[in-house]
Design a binder for this molecule. Sequence first.
Ligand code: FE
Ligand code: FE
Ligand code: ZN
Length: 276
Amino acid sequence: MIYIGNHLSASKGYLAMGKAAVALGADTFAFFTRNPRGGKAKEIEPSDVEAFLEFAQEHHFGPLVAHAPYTMNLCSDKEDIRRFARDMFADDLQRMEYTPGNYYNFHPGSHVGQGVDVGIPVIIDVLNECLSPTQTTVVLLETMAGKGSEIGRSFEEIRRILDGVTLQDKIGVCLDTCHIWDGGYDVVGDIDGVLETFDRVIGLDRLYAVHLNDSMNVQGSHKDRHQKIGQGEIGAEGLRRVVAHPLLQGKPFILETPNDDAGYAAEIAQIRSWMI
Ligand code: FE
Ligand code: FE
Ligand code: ZN
């Protein structure tokens, strides 16, 4: 059994997201903690959060997988952008505590030409500055497709970030199927081997969540264009083997496919039929 859901709009608050998820057949979901392009976050309503927490318990929700703004670059070459990103990151972690025990997923960052060896220590510094021993949220590094100067394009790069973090129980990994396929890992032909490599390099105990996406592009393309489940280069059978993989059970799976509500409901139903 896995938890399954998709990315939802946060504009109407937590309870509205919970209800939208249930209407689609989901038992988890993802949402942007603020406008995906960054900026000021919406005020959190304590009564909305309270109603949501009760609703989520009633409906046996799994952990939520919040997503940081995708423009947040902790290792930019510009100091003002780095500071802005770090402030957003710290603020988001405080906001996450309104809904305790969930996950906060972020793109490690783009080194914008400075090189991985410059970028990785900067990301580590922010993590060590912002993570707190009392937080209940686990922060997740997302595996990236390696578009442009993205850091996290290989399991080794993710490992290097993890290794630098002091509070090991507050940091983990979110595996994006489209990204690792685009990054060169053979999700279709050898998912066992991919997970074996993940376990050797990172450790499967560090894997908390999966982004389940098909890809518009071929293996190793480094493009990062998501496709609907079964309509891309990974295909339905490849994604079914991910959903049904014994080593991935019990985790929240999030769809970030280009869909409307009806499309998501259909994908969630299809994925439920693949569950073991
Ligand atoms: Fe992402
Ligand atoms: Fe993703
Ligand atoms: Zn992506």
